[in-house]
Design a protein around this ligand. Sequence first.
Ligand code: NDP
Ligand SMILES: O=C1OC[C@@H](O)[C@H](O)[C@H]1O
Length: 362
Amino acid sequence: MTFTLRWGIISTGKIAAVFVKDLLIDPKTCDVHDVVHKVVAVGSRKVETAQEFVTANAGGDASIKAYGTYEEVYADKDVDAVYIGTPHTYHYTNALDAIRAKKHVLCEKPVTSNVAELRALLAAAKENGVFFMEALWTRFQPLPQAVLKLLETGELGAPVVVHADLSGDFDIHNIPKTHRILDPALGGGALLDLGPYPLVWAIMTLFENPRNELTAPSNISGSMLKTPLTGVDANTSFTLTFDKIQAQAVLSCSINLPAAAPGVTIRCEKGVIRIATPIYCSKSFKVEYLERGKVVREEEKKFDYIGHGMHWEAHEVARCIRDGKSESALWGHNKSLLEMSVFDEVRKQGGYVFPKGVEQVV
Ligand SMILES: NC(=O)C1=CN([C@@H]2O[C@H](COP(=O)(O)OP(=O)(O)OC[C@H]3O[C@@H](n4cnc5c(N)ncnc54)[C@H](OP(=O)(O)O)[C@@H]3O)[C@@H](O)[C@H]2O)C=CC1
Ligand SMILES: O=C1OC[C@@H](O)[C@H](O)[C@H]1O
C-alpha cells in the first residue's frame, strides 16, 4: 500500500519553491515505493503570490488551493502536514499555529530563534498529538548515510577531529539591510542560516557515534565577527568537544565568502574522509586509508538522483506520520534541541542579542 501525504505549504519564498518541486518528483525515481506526496494548498500573505507560486512551481495545478493567509492553510481539512519556509524568526509562531490546528509540521532550519521557543513547540506538539521535525534535509540524503555506514565499519578507526565549513557570498555590501541574511529582526547572520550544516555533520559523526551514547558536548566555544552593516555575525567559528569519545568538531560559517573546499573533513585514526561542497547536499566524497600516517589507498564515491535532495526528508516525514510517530529517529527532537542550545551558547559568547520582541519565548 502506498501512503499519500497531503501537504500545505506556508510561504512562497526561494526554498519553499525548491521543496515543492522536489515533492512533485515521482518517488519511484529514487526507488521509493511506499510513500507519495500531494500538494493540496499554498499559503502566502497575498493570494496573488500564492497563485503565482502554484503556476511557477506546480504547473498551475488547479486542484491546489492558493490562499492569501497562512491561517487558511492551517484550517484546511485536506491538509495533513504543513511545511514552513518563512524566515527563521517566524518559525515559532507559524509552527505553533499549525500545531494548534492539529497539523503535523516540517519546519525549516534553524527550527526556532532559540532553544526556549523549541521547547515550547515540542510541548505543544505533544499536547496536540502531532509529528514535528526540523527540515534538516542533509540527514536523510544517501551520501551522509553512506559516510556513517563507512564509519560504522571501523575500517578508518575512530573519528578524532571533524572540520566543517559552510559559507556563502551573499554580496552583503550590495543587498538591502532588510534582507533576511542581514536583518537581526529576521535572525540574520551566518550562524543561524549556515551554521546548521557544519553542525549537522558534527552531530552525525560525533554526537551520534555509538560510543558517545548521545552525550552532549562537554564544551562549546564560539567566536563571532559581526558586520558593522547591521551587527549580525558575518563570520562565526565554534568548536564542540566530546570528552566521552575524545573527539572535537571545529566548525565555521560565513556570509561573505565562498564555501571552503572540501566542506567537511573527518579525520579518523586510520583515515580521512573529505566531503565535497556543498555540504548540505554533497554528491561525492573521497576516502584516504592510512597506515602509520601514510596513504595506502584512496577511493571516491559519487551519488546522483533526480531533484535537489529535499525529497528524502519528505519521505521520512510521510513514513513517520503513516506509522503514528511523533518524531523521526534520524533527526529527532533531541538533535534540534542540541542544535538550538549550541546556537544560544555561541550567540551568548559572541554577544549577538536579537532585537527586543524577536524571541517569543525566552
Ligand atoms: N533547507 C534549505 O536548503 C534552505 C532553507 N532555508 C530556510 O528557509 C527559510 C526561508 O529562506 P528563503 O526561502 O531563502 O527566504 P525567502 O526570503 O526567499 O522567503 C521567505 C518567505 O517567507 C514569507 N515571509 C513571511 N514573513 C516575512 C517577512 N517578514 N519577511 C520576508 N518574508 C516573509 C514570504 O512568503 P509570502 O510572501 O508568500 O508570505 C517569503 O517569500 C529560512 O529560515 C532559511 O533558513 C533557506 C534556504 C535553503
Ligand atoms: O539552508 C541554506 O542552505 C543554502 C544557503 O544558500 C541558504 O542561505 C541557507 O538558508
